[in-house]
Design a binder for this molecule. Sequence first.
Ligand SMILES: Nc1ncnc2c1ncn2[C@@H]1O[C@H](COP(=O)(O)OP(=O)(O)OP(=O)(O)O)[C@@H](O)[C@H]1O
Ligand SMILES: [Mg+2]
Length: 335
Amino acid sequence: MEAILKIKGLKSYYYSGQNVIPAVDGVDLDIYPGEIVGIVGESGCGKSTVVRSLMGLLDPVSSKREGGQAIYLGKDLFQMKEKELCRIRGKEISMIFQNPLSALDPVYTIGDQIVEIIRIHEKISKKEAYEKAVFLLKQVKIPSPEVRIQQYPHELSGGMQQRVMIAIALACNPKVLIADEPTTALDVTIQDQILSLLKELRDQLGIAVILITHNMGVVAAVCDRMLVMYGGAVVEEGKCTELFENPCHPYTRGLLAAIPSIKERKEKLYTIPGQVPKMKVPVQYCRFCSRCSYAQEVCHEKEPGMQGENGHLYKCFYTPQQQEKEKCGPGGVAL
Ligand SMILES: Nc1ncnc2c1ncn2[C@@H]1O[C@H](COP(=O)(O)OP(=O)(O)OP(=O)(O)O)[C@@H](O)[C@H]1O
Ligand SMILES: [Mg+2]
């Protein structure tokens, strides 16, 4: 199957004073129709910058896309003229955010807002658009949509507001839905309901979903495939089943060890020591080396490439077996 969206070598940097922050530094990501792909990683690793670059939401004053392609159905979004791009962004590729209230306008009813979006993209009457809005609210399982549609955003709970945002995102029948931490601000039970809804929409409509989260549990619950980001780069990717079973990058191994297990209750949760370092450009070492308990000399001297097979790839010089061995061994062995 052809990927619906192929991001290649994406680089997006922020500039503040004399500092260059390589927030996204060579990210590749393929998305296939009907799959849910998770992007995980600690705060500041560049998850939002990947999708903001894609959606053209970077602030032009403080940031710049320094390279890369985003091939959507055979055409590079980054090379498109503004008019063509507008037809795709927000319509074929749409996005929901962490805080639905900040994206909704407090002075208009839910109905007015959905109708407006529908009518920007579709030449239909107000009445038809209103009917479609009720249908969309039903689709995202908002009870009594005919009543809710007349309400203002503040009259709805956080979970309902997020459903409205999903309805708005679905208004133009997108092929790709990007969800940036869509459930982080919600209670756990509501979180589950929203995640189940995303899964159902994928099943019913066949849309591809990019789900950004810092929560491995969320990825395990809904994603088919996942990318683990660290310091602006993807350090491991693969099918979730494979990656959870056999994590290969020391960072992923650390993240998974940090998840509490019901089976074996540990006295103390493992946490990865240290913080995501501020990267200098160009990065000429393994991004994780300062926090990696397996790091060897070579890890400080050059950046490893991706290794692995069958779509399960990781950016480390060593296999998990070698990592364990090198830790106990003489060290400094370049492979
Ligand atoms: N407007 C900005 N100006 C300068 N630096 C920025 C700006 N926005 C983000 N950054 C920096 O870019 C890096 C990546 O940020 P980004 O928001 O993409 O991370 P994230 O993975 O989405 O984090 P979070 O989980 O907290 O949302 C961080 O180091 C961040 O400090
Ligand atoms: Mg973010």
